[in-house]
Design a protein around this ligand. Sequence first.
Ligand code: DC
Length: 231
Amino acid sequence: MNSDKKIIIAIDGYSSSGKSTMARHLAKTIGYRYIDSGAMYRAVTLAAMRAGLVSRDMAPSSEAIAAILPGLSIDFEVVADGQNTMLNGENVEKDIRSLEVSSCVSPVAAIPEVRHALVDMQRLMGESKGIVMDGRDIGTVVFPAAEMKVFCDASAEKRASRRYKELTEKGAQVTYNEVLENVRSRDYIDENRDESPLRCAQDAVRLDNSEMTIDEQNEWLMNLYNRIVNG
Ligand code: DC
């Protein structure tokens, strides 16, 4: 394959498995657009929380959440140090990363109406290719014909300690055990939902990055990309 030809790169995996970090880095290096599909599910969850439709103590009703979907616009604004998730024109990048949103997002992401609406938006974003998208179902459902597919994993403990570090560095008041519990419960819901559960696509290349540094995983991904586009 010629490296001038734009492809679709799908990077799936467990929560906090480092997929966004490596996907963002690859996109920047090769000049592709990066889409964090998890941020889109988080934005819908934030909107539902603000509307009082879901909380840590209240499971979401599919009908109520489906009813707010037509009024939501979700987009990304590219800035010098990354990108901001925009919900109806408001920058919600910080709000969608809170532990509250993390605690409510998996049940919202399991609602078929939410998945259909976001998958449609994601396919539109990939229409002209030249895109790196990360998530849970990108290689299986959103872009089953993607030319490059990766499935990322790392132990739950390793993923929880990465997320704990990230959250506490931003000043969040959380304990390691709370984060580990959240990682495990999201894994369970993501793997066991009826609608497009988290699965490794048959033609994805698996990566366990438990013992890798960020530089090592970036290099691994770049090598894979080069092998795929240059043969
Ligand atoms: O990658 P993340 O932790 O930001 O994702 C947030 C949640 O969204 C996660 O619990 C599962 C869900 N998700 C999904 O179901 N499908 C995707 N393509 C991306 C995320």
